[in-house]
Design a protein around this ligand. Sequence first.
Ligand SMILES: [Zn+2]
Length: 289
Amino acid sequence: MYTRRYRRARRRREQRAFLQRILVGVSVICILIVCAAVTLKTKKETQRVEARSALMQASAVMQKAQMVQEPNKEAGSKQQEKQIEESQKAERSGDETEEVIIIDPGHGGMDGGCVFDDILEKDINRMIAAQVVVKLRKLGYQAELAREGDEYIDKMERVESANAKNALLYVSIHQNSCEDQSVEGIETWYDGSDQTRDSGRLAQLIQQATVQETGAKGRELVSEEELCVISKSRMPSCLIETGFLSNRKERGKLATKEYREQIADGIVKGIVLYLTSDGDFCEEGTERI
Ligand SMILES: [Zn+2]
């Protein structure tokens, strides 16, 4: 009896102890879960705070950068305004001092000039004229093209524009053609009826210098009153035919950059001689007709 009661009491004690252990275990697990949750929350909060502070730092840096950029921007726009003002002033003074030399690449756009073997006169003219302008500018002269790209501008419009600018000189560049395909060489045209413009001397110097630079055959210097660009312009002017596209050999040379460069050198040399000397380049060789 005693033994049974004792056993029952011991079983109850054991059951209580077991329950207590479970309770303790559950409590420990709960505490661990709560701790983990708290740790996680704290970590997230820390990250949020860190992110917020990084954001604030970044925006402070950006503000500072903007503050640095603003005056630069202002200085840049002021500089730009100054440049525009200076270029306008230069343009105005160019008009007043009559310094600009107009180089006219003949034809353009729908007007191709003469064409042989898919070589268009307007293209050769433009390439030579562009080289002339670059070389003149390198020497310190003001020079402009009568047409910049491949566009059609009426001859009279080109001349009127040069007259409006009070241009210093007007030089038109063309290529020649002839039914007789053996004909070759350089010829230059001017308006000899107007003695006040000294166009004959300009034409002669350009013709002689270009013949000398290229080794091409020097043909005539022709006085002609009917050519619009040389007769309607109010400044010394001439029109140079730098070669015959109808001549196979000369056409081949005109298609090369080197030869066009030689032509451009000759034209520039003639212009510089005209502007810096009173006399003719050479007494013999080409006669004005
Ligand atoms: Zn032409």
